[in-house]
Design a protein around this ligand. Structure first.
Ligand code: ASP
Length: 375
């Protein structure tokens, strides 16, 4: 309900606020490269630790897998992904919530606005007002979020149970450990070195967004909360965040990449297949491409995993083995995914001197509703 209108108004304001089309290109390229870099780091971490700890390796000669079934869902070819960025019909794109198409159309529209002089300026003022009201709608809805988060979590844990995790404990714990490591070390170093933000401040101010991502397992659904957190709590200017946050929710999935790295090694071990070095490179490349082409919604990581398996020649049915614990891991990796989006947003904004440090340093700034405190 909130995502499409918020992204639209916010992005129009962002581009209008930049006032320069060249700047938009620079920010876009920087954000894209940083997103790719953080995904490559994430999957490399997953692959390295999985190779070290060898999850799924059976002691006997018999591989772990027997009678597992999984039918791979259809994954779009990469050329289609690129072509699909341009919407055939923008209204349909808005109706279906196609994030890359919406971003493409809104940027085009806002650039045209910049080029149209006075009428464009008037429209920009209106967009600013609409954005302000939409932010207020987010705040209203967020005041009910603690109840929603509670219900979502209660449902997931009562349906999933801990019983599912035990037989898969080595895989589960390894993915969870890698996610934590990436969150606490890689991403914190990125904001500390790249944006000069104290990692503790960053983590504290991202807490509501992380909890929201954890309970919904959807980066897309979390966009409004991520936007609020980076703009109003960390002080990033709307001209950067309005573009990098929805862009990141669609193309950047560090947590998902980690799961894919560990899952690939795990399934290969379970089948008794040895992976070559060249296959590791294919896995990294495929995971990056797959994350660009798929939106941040629950469970999409497994579809991407099927693409990776097809490419490296691993049996896709193997995914059936990990499907039982995937929902819980999905929740965790989504929290890491959106933290990655926020970290890159801060770094890009710092490079453009677009962070209001007085907001970053103020612990109370922009507190909408602190989900953790409201429990
Ligand atoms: N649920 C994740 C997200 O929305 C994607 C996934 O790993 O399935 O970011």
């Amino acid at each position: 309900m909130l995502v499409v209108p918020l992204v639209t108004f916010s992005l129009i304001c962002g581009v209008a606020g930049l006032g320069d089309v060249g700047l938009l290109g620079r920010i876009g390229i920087k954000a894209f490269l940083l997103y790719i870099l953080s995904t490559v780091l994430a999957i490399s971490l997953g692959l390295t630790l999985a190779t070290l700890f060898e999850p799924g390796k059976s002691d006997s000669q018999r591989p772990l897998i027997e009678g597992i079934e999984f039918t791979a869902p259809e994954a779009p070819p990469f050329t289609d992904v690129l072509l699909n960025i341009v919407p055939g019909n923008p209204v349909a794109a808005f109706a279906d919530g196609e994030m890359l198409q919406i971003i493409f159309f809104v940027i085009l529209f806002a650039v045209a606005m910049l080029m149209s002089g006075e009428p464009g300026r008037q429209l920009a003022t209106t967009a600013e007002k609409l954005n302000e009201v939409m932010m207020r709608v987010v705040t209203l809805v967020m005041s009910a979020a603690p109840i929603g988060v509670f219900c979502l979590l209660a449902k997931t844990f009562s349906v999933q149970g801990v019983g599912l995790i035990l037989p898969m404990a080595d895989y589960f714990l390894l993915v969870a450990g890698c996610l934590l490591l990436h969150l606490l070390v890689t991403l914190n170093l990125l904001v500390w070195i790249g944006a000069k933000i104290n990692p503790l401040v960053f983590l504290r101010k991202m807490r509501s967004a992380q909890l929201f991502a954890f309970s919904t397992a959807s980066s897309n659904a979390t966009i409004p909360v991520t936007l609020q957190s980076v703009e109003r709590r960390l002080g990033v200017n709307n001209s950067i965040a309005s573009f990098t946050v929805p862009f990141g929710a669609t193309i950047n999935m560090d947590g998902t990449a980690i799961m894919q790295g560990v899952a690939t090694v795990f399934i290969a071990n379970a089948y008794g297949i040895d992976l070559e070095f060249s296959q590791y490179l294919v896995i990294i490349g495929m995971a990056v491409l797959a994350s660009i082409g798929t939106a941040g919604v629950p469970g999409v990581g497994l579809i991407m995993l099927a693409m990776v398996f097809n490419q490296v020649g691993l049996p896709v049915e193997g995914i059936g083995l990990i499907i039982g614990v995937d929902r819980l891991l999905d929740m965790m990796r989504t929290a890491v995914n959106i933290t990655g989006d926020a970290a890159v947003t801060c770094v890009v904004a710092a490079g453009e001197q677009a962070i209001d440090r007085s907001v970053t340093d103020d612990p109370e700034a922009g507190q909408i509703i602190d989900l953790a405190a409201a429990r």
